[in-house]
Design a protein around this ligand. Structure first.
Ligand code: KG4
Ligand code: ZN
Length: 350
């Protein structure tokens, strides 16, 4: 069984091809970093047009990389939500068109499910497992019971963890994309130099909050800039490198503490209910961050479960994860009608 997966829900156009024996046959990505950089974030209209420009070529290149033709595929999967709707429609329509013309099964993949199931491709993780899904648009703790079967234990009440990384990086003049830039800046910083809040720490439940942290970082930057204020800062040039590194390291430490605290509540909750999990899996773009992994691994060790993080290139958006989620669904006969709509919002647990 071989499935192709198409992805275009944010700022990466991507095509992946995987086989049932967990081989990655192709992994093609066209990133739009250069197109969005001047605006400091993803511009939906630019993203949608860029997806249209790149998708056909990427499909051709992926097939070439795999040494396959469309007739070799067992099915076509496409992210059909959640995400920027103009972009989501590109993968959805391309996937449906191929499925219609070739008479192949079509699988409408939830982007979050694609992140959630990646660890089964990379590490053959067994159900059920605890998943910390941390991306640019989502921060969730989920009990993953099977394809299409999720229980949400907690979610963010405001910003996502990735958004907090991105906005903090922007405030520090580190540019876009913010997460990797902040991680790099933090390498030279002292995580205890700048005192920052850890919203929700110790509170009951598994929900997250990051907006207070973002505001605190903004205040630190304002204090540092004095009367000139943030409005007069050009690309962070007035902030000295030591300050930027210290705030970056402190922000990363705060985000990490929040993720660990909330995850420990999820472990406790599952323990109270007598639910035995096989692993603790981290997924989504923020899982590419090396600094947050260590304390999360320590948590998994404390509870005696294996700790699984896919390689960074499969943590950030890609087509392989969509192909794999499609394959898991296809194996179970969970295919979709071509009338299925692209959805800007699509919670995993309903
Ligand atoms: O999963 P993803 O590629 O796209 C979404 O579905 O949102 O996640 C993108 C997010 C961005 O917020 C980005 O800054 C963050 O993941 N990210 C990181 C790192 N690499 C990507 N955050 C922290 N450290 C990183 N190394
Ligand atoms: Zn994503």
């Amino acid at each position: 069984m071989i499935v192709m997966g198409l992805e275009s829900s944010c700022d990466e156009t991507a095509v992946g091809i995987v086989s049932a024996d967990r081989q990655i046959l192709a992994n093609k990505i066209a990133t739009q970093i250069a197109e969005h950089k001047p605006y400091g974030g993803v511009v939906p209209e630019i993203a949608a047009r860029a997806h249209l420009d790149h998708m056909d070529d990427l499909i051709r290149e992926a097939l070439k990389e795999a040494g396959l033709t469309l007739s070799d595929l067992s099915g076509v999967a496409a992210t059909c939500g959640p995400g920027l709707i103009g972009g989501v429609m590109v993968a959805a329509m391309a996937g449906k068109a191929i499925a219609a013309v070739r008479g192949l099964p079509f699988i409408a993949v939830n982007h979050l499910e694609a992140h959630a199931l990646t660890a089964r491709l990379t590490d053959d993780v067994e159900f059920p497992y605890l998943l910390l899904l941390v991306s640019g648009g989502h921060s969730q703790l989920l009990l993953v019971k099977g394809p299409g079967s999720y229980r949400r234990l907690g979610t963010t009440i405001d910003d996502a963890a990735g958004e907090c990384f991105d906005k903090s990086a922007k405030l520090l003049g580190l540019g876009y994309p913010g997460g990797p830039a902040l991680e790099r800046a933090a390498l030279n910083g002292n995580p205890r130099k700048c005192e920052l809040p850890r919203p929700m720490l110790g509170r009951a439940g598994c929900d997250f909050s990051f907006s207070g942290l973002k505001t605190a970082i903004r205040q630190r930057v304002m204090e540092k800039l004095g009367d000139s204020g943030i409005a007069f800062r050009k690309n962070g040039n007035e902030l000295d490198a030591d300050f930027v590194s210290d705030v970056a390291a402190s922000a990363q430490a705060a985000i990490s503490d929040i993720l660990v605290d909330r995850s420990s509540h999820a472990f406790a909750l599952l323990g109270d209910e007598g639910i035995n999990i096989t692993s603790f899996v981290i997924a989504g773009g923020v899982a590419a961050n090396h600094a947050i992994r260590l304390p999360l691994k320590a948590l998994a060790d404390r509870y005696g479960v294996s700790f699984v993080v896919p390689p960074p290139a499969l943590c950030t958006d890609n087509g392989v994860m969509v192909a794999w989620a499609g394959l898991e669904r296809l194996r179970l006969g969970q295919i979709d009608d071509l009338s299925v709509a692209a959805r800007p919002r699509w919670p995993l647990d309903i």
